[in-house]
Ligand binder design. Structure first.
Ligand code: ATR
Length: 275
């Protein structure tokens, strides 16, 4: 029997990750032979776990919290989008060494534009949050050609610094949550507030019936931000399950050279989540 190419997810915690299911499903749908496991790698243990994985012949990795910066430092070469994101969520083992990529932003854009049918060109967009998730989303959002992109963060100085880093990439500015006055066509929540069932303290006019509200987080059922947006009559809401599926597909394509069909896997995952 042929030995399957080995892939894995490194993170902490990873017990509830849907990535092993997704990559197994992608392998079935594309006929690719591979194995994929989630490995709980405690903070500080990334380099050791990576060395063991490579010694065992591993072909590629996904990396999630808290190791995306350690992965960024460990690779031999970075894709342009990983350099811009300042973080690595995908490693491919290549003949030239370890290639670090970041598929999160591309996954977000694919979900917004392809799955949800939003045309970002010319939109006024609000990006809430200024941490790693916001940084990863910013480059691809600006590439889509919005009329204006405002970053709003609880600590306004972080939003201003992030906007300054991307000043050459499009019409971006930063400020505090309280200054995020609408109308916006799209609000993307890139904070970790939903993980604590909290909602960023945005002004009431940040969302109106013309606003689509997207939460990069997901859980069972609508997130706190989605419920808040729906209460304000938002045009539509979505959680980050589609982004999860699309970033996984981008990683799979990097490793295997074939892009898996995502619509079916996304529908199945939503059914499993009871959405
Ligand atoms: P990640 O990698 O998920 O982006 P992070 O870098 O720790 O995580 O960033 C978390 C983000 O969520 C930050 O923008 C944080 O705001 P501050 O920088 O002001 O701390 C934001 N955040 C977390 N909880 C929040 C809350 N309850 N309300 C508003 N913003 C919140």
């Amino acid at each position: 029997m042929a030995i399957l190419d080995r892939y894995a997810l490194f993170g902490h915690p990873v017990a509830h990750s849907r990535s092993p299911w997704l990559h197994a499903r992608f392998a079935e749908l594309t006929g690719e032979g591979l194995s994929y496991e989630a490995r709980d790698v405690p903070p500080g243990d990334f380099d050791q776990a990576l060395a063991e994985f490579l010694h065992g012949g591993g072909k590629g990795l996904n990396i999630t919290v808290p190791h995306k910066l350690a992965a960024y430092a460990a690779v031999d070469e970075l894709t342009e989008r990983a350099r811009r994101a300042g973080a690595v969520n995908t490693i491919a083992v290549t003949p030239g060494g370890l290639l670090g990529d970041n598929t999160d932003g591309a996954g977000l854009l694919r979900d917004l534009e392809h799955n949800l049918g939003l045309a970002l060109h010319g939109m006024r967009i609000l990006l809430v949050g200024a941490g790693g998730a916001a940084r990863g989303a910013l480059g691809p959002l600006l590439d889509a050609g919005p009329a204006e992109l405002l970053i709003a963060n609880r600590h306004a100085d972080k939003a201003r610094a992030l906007a300054a880093d991307f000043a050459g990439a499009g019409p971006v500015s930063g400020g505090g949550l309280e200054a995020a006055h609408g109308p916006f066509a799209l609000v993307v929540n890139a904070t970790s507030a939903s993980l604590h069932d909290e909602v960023p303290a945005l002004p009431g006019d940040a969302v109106d019936p013309g606003t689509f509200c997207y939460d990069m987080a997901y859980g069972s059922g609508p997130t706190a931000f989605m419920r808040w947006a729906a209460d304000r009559g938002a045009a539509g809401t979505a959680d980050g399950i589609g982004m999860l599926v699309e970033q996984a597909a981008e990683s799979f394509a990097l490793w295997r050279g074939v892009r898996p069909p995502t619509a079916q896997a996304l529908a199945e995952l939503k059914r499993q989540a009871g959405a």
